[in-house]
Design a binder for this molecule. Sequence first.
Ligand SMILES: Nc1ncnc2c1ncn2[C@@H]1O[C@H](COP(=O)(O)OP(=O)(O)OP(=O)(O)O)[C@@H](O)[C@H]1O
Ligand SMILES: [Mg+2]
Length: 273
Amino acid sequence: MTVVSKADSSRLTTRKLTLAYEERTVVQELDLAIPDGEVTVIVGPNACGKSTTLRALGRLLRPRGGAVLLDGEELAKLPTKRIAQQIGLLPQTPVAPEAITVADLVARGRQPHQAWWKQWSEEDERAVVDAMERTDVAGLAHRSVDELSGGQRQRVWIAMALAQETDLLLLDEPTTYLDIAHQVEVLDLVRRLNRVRGRTVVIVLHDLNQAARYADHLVAMKTGRVVAEGPPAEVVTAELVREVFGLDSVVVPDPVTGSPLVVPGAPWGAERD
Ligand SMILES: Nc1ncnc2c1ncn2[C@@H]1O[C@H](COP(=O)(O)OP(=O)(O)OP(=O)(O)O)[C@@H](O)[C@H]1O
Ligand SMILES: [Mg+2]
């Protein structure tokens, strides 16, 4: 395994990226560099533009201005299939085709690797089985996605994104609907994919403490702009939490990992009436 030197290169970047829905500009002139071989976590309040940014990074949304660049080339100008072989995106609210089975949905993750002259291969089968096992959904393979619980369905979507086996993986709130054990399982899985297989991962998370635990690179957004970015130990401070979320908190070392742990509430003696 080659050791990727940290944070000195970025295959995926944005250059003065502006994103808008009709008249509403959501992200303005954003310059972002996703560090190769690292886990980047994006945090920020509801509606600040996290999902919008992630969708643009995965070319689900076209820039209003500026560009997303993959290996220095404008994403908007690259063939869709080539992008899908490099970038996997799990949106915040994916929609499954009606009555599709778990195995069939996960298999769709292999589409970018298919071609009209190529049969479903052992490689495809291995990727699908592997993804289902890693996300603990192999036992659901023949169930219809419609009839799963929210957490089961979320894990199936993650399996589909994993089956795509891309170097870059973008996950929008992958822990939504998951119980605490499955949240940790999914985040550990993402971390392993990064550490063992060298995948570059971008995750949107709401839980600041999980973000601080799992991020190599943390990006804090507010109203479509990056307020702070860097290693969690430098980024996550009471000042930042106040600035970004308008919340008083105390930041202490996480007793397990030593990463910043945000405890909401004013410190003793500093409460407001
Ligand atoms: N399809 C859309 N059409 C119009 N406006 C949209 C659309 N999607 C998002 N928006 C608006 O863009 C802004 C940013 O939304 P976005 O989904 O990027 O926020 P977010 O940071 O992901 O929030 P959350 O934490 O709630 O998921 C919001 O004001 C939202 O209402
Ligand atoms: Mg969102």
